[in-house]
Design a protein around this ligand. Sequence first.
Ligand SMILES: [Fe+2]
Length: 313
Amino acid sequence: MLFARRKIDARGIEMAQQTAWRAAAAARGLGVRDLSDHVGIAITGLDLAQAMDAPTVSMLRAACAERTVILFAQQQALDPAGYLAFARRFGGRPDLHSQRHYCLPDHHEIFVVGNAQEGGKKIGASRVGLNWHTDHYHLPEPGLFTFLHALQVPSVAGDTRYANGMAALDALPADLRARIDPLQVLHSRARLFRMLFPEASEAEMEAERQKVPDVIHPLVRLHPELQRHGLYLGGEWGSTILGLAEAEAQVLFDSLLQHLIADPFCYQHAWQPGDVLMSDNRCSMHRASEWDEASEQRRLHRIILIDDQRPVH
Ligand SMILES: [Fe+2]
């Protein structure tokens, strides 16, 4: 079921386009191009390997918060050390993935996504992100910014789609907005584990629960830098709305997710080699998609910065 959307105010979009970060980008001679109505901005004229002053970093941070995703194309010359140095400009704590063998030998912070091989050996995790989620939603302090650098991409398919939870929330009918406003969501690594491994025993489930305890976050969270509220659903395989009967909670979750991932609030990225995407996890979701793994190789380098704040309503 899709909710009837409130008409998007054209004047509001016009006003949003006059934001300070756009003027700051223009003043630096950078190119700025919207990739869809609410999500995605392509910024050209920056070499991410180069030094960057603090006002430029602030401008990029504001652009990413408002547009969910920034595309920096043609960053082929960016090496892993330069890539990590760029990501570190935005604060947070780089995630150190427990699957160390899928991270670069010299950089535990950089996780390799895809089916690429080196010397006949698989070097990345190919089947990650194939469900709607926010990075590390199951942690008390979840994902802040995520960076993906495309080194090899399939000629077709394998797109990544991003959804803006603030635009989606704004478009909900007022009565539904009021109904969901006080609700909370249980995010369970163990529940996700059950979806991934349905054959897991109760003991294995409990071990997973002990390792990563369940957390509760508000369904409607405040974006701390924009002071705007957005939907914060977590992940379609690991999250459940509290305070409702199980079936009702699932219906509401699915309805909100379908609303959020509809075209008006999304941007779908078709990867080119050299692309860097920077995304803000705080009020958004994304989903990777399949490609023909038998015939084409894909290699993305991922850095996830963990927030130092819990989501608040
Ligand atoms: Fe992800």
